[in-house]
Design a protein around this ligand. Structure first.
Ligand SMILES: C[S@@+](CC[C@H](N)C(=O)[O-])C[C@H]1O[C@@H](n2cnc3c(N)ncnc32)[C@H](O)[C@@H]1O
Length: 384
């Protein structure tokens, strides 16, 4: 049974798939999220290198790079030389700027609720442009994308995007149905038929499974902690399933569970058809062969045993898996190393999942509403 089916099955068995009333003011959460991200300090290179989540961050960047590469390639396979326009929604400080540059896109609209982050994104864009001379054109929008229409804010409201990317941000809009809908409207309304919407989110099924095994729905390790903030006895809300997420030096604010099956159904109303989904562990299996060089280039894994003069990021006990594997290797030399991640970092990585949707072609009904035509299935579709 697929993980999502299992999740819903579980909820249904207890008759617990419910839409609970929202007690808190939605506006309050948005400002908490915006304030949190606005106050996040930009880390220097030295600090980043010494971070306890150095490899996790690099791995997350690898996932995003692969998604960008895969789907820009897919579009170009059909139309080589096409100039690509992108919506980077929930862009933060522009963590994907150089990925868009490498993908040779033509124009990117960056949007985020945190105005200070958007300013930093613009500054990083200008710096990159002055360093490399030629760069895609860009526009920067500070807006709550789960409440405000973005279209009126574009320089050209008739713009058509080839790609919409939402990395580690969509779950904030699952506070309520109207917010999720507004977010999906913003994502889909200017996306061309045949264009792709892809992203990364925490996997609600994984969070709920881990919470069920933990006292008070509170679990984590030395670098992350998640605490469910609703009464599981009363069921799992489809929207507003709030939890506190703390991740060492990066995130420390309330987030919302995304019931993936519901998300897929909702997305279908906006002409978005699921073409790929995978937890990060499976994403790695699906793409590590093809993108092995990139894994090495952006240093996603730690060398085990630690090379001379270097220390492991975590205690030796967090490398038991690597130790066993290394010991079982035959004909190894003193210099041999394997690539791995501390158990704490991998536990965080495997909270997340990646997804991709394709925008369908549509006709119009007599009331002027779009009617979407299901496409023929794509080759690559890990959709279970
Ligand atoms: C974990 S950060 C990810 C940033 C960036 N996408 C990346 O991968 O580096 C999540 C971002 O979502 C933004 N965000 C949260 N809720 C939002 C909303 N309602 N509208 C727009 N942006 C939002 C936050 O301000 C934050 O910058």
């Amino acid at each position: 049974m697929s993980c999502i089916a299992a999740n819903l099955e579980e909820n249904k068995e207890c008759g617990k798939e419910t839409l609970l009333p929202q007690k808190d003011e939605p506006a309050k959460h948005s400002s908490v999220v915006a304030a949190h991200y606005n106050h996040l300090e930009e880390k220097g290179l030295k600090e980043r290198l010494n971070s306890p989540i150095y490899y996790l961050r690099n791995f997350n960047n690898w996932v995003k790079s692969v998604l960008i590469q895969e789907y820009t390639d897919k579009i170009r396979e059909k139309d080589y030389g096409r100039s690509l326009r992108v919506l980077d929604i929930c862009c933060g400080k522009g963590g994907d700027l150089s990925k868009w540059q490498k993908a040779r896109v033509e124009h990117v609209v960056f949007a985020d609720i945190a105005d200070v982050s958007v300013q930093q994104c613009e500054k990083r864009y200008e710096d990159l442009r002055s360093r490399c001379g030629r760069l895609f054109s860009a526009e920067f929008i500070a807006a709550d994308c789960s409440k405000e229409p973005l279209r009126d804010k574009y320089r050209d409201p008739s713009i058509k995007f080839d790609i919409a990317s939402c990395q580690f941000g969509l779950h904030y809009s699952f506070e309520s149905l109207p917010q999720a809908k507004r977010m999906l409207t913003n994502i889909s309304e200017c996306l061309k038929p045949g264009g792709y919407f892809f992203g990364t989110i925490p996997d609600a099924y994984e969070i709920v499974s881990r919470a069920k095994k933990a006292p008070n729905g509170d679990f984590g390790n030395r670098i992350y902690n998640i605490k469910l903030l609703f009464d599981v006895e009363k069921g799992y809300p489809l929207f507003g399933g709030k939890y506190d997420f703390h991740l060492e030096g990066v995130v420390d604010c309330p987030e919302f569970l995304v019931n993936f099956k519901l998300f897929t159904k909702l997305a279908a109303e906006y002409g978005l058809e699921l073409v790929y989904k995978a937890r990060f562990a499976d994403f790695f299996k699906d793409h590590s062969e093809k993108y092995r060089q990139l894994l090495q280039k952006i240093v996603c894994f730690e060398s085990y045993p630690a090379p001379p003069g270097k220390e492991l990021v975590a205690e030796e006990a967090e490398y038991e898996h690597a130790k066993q594997f290394w010991q079982s290797k035959e004909n190894k030399t003193e210099r041999d190393r394997i690539g791995t991640m501390s158990t704490s970092e991998w536990e965080v990585a495997t909270v997340y999942m990646a997804f991709a949707f394709k925008k369908l072609k549509n006709t119009w009904d007599e009331k002027g509403k779009p009617v979407y035509t299901k496409s023929k299935q794509e080759g690559q579709s890990n959709k279970n």
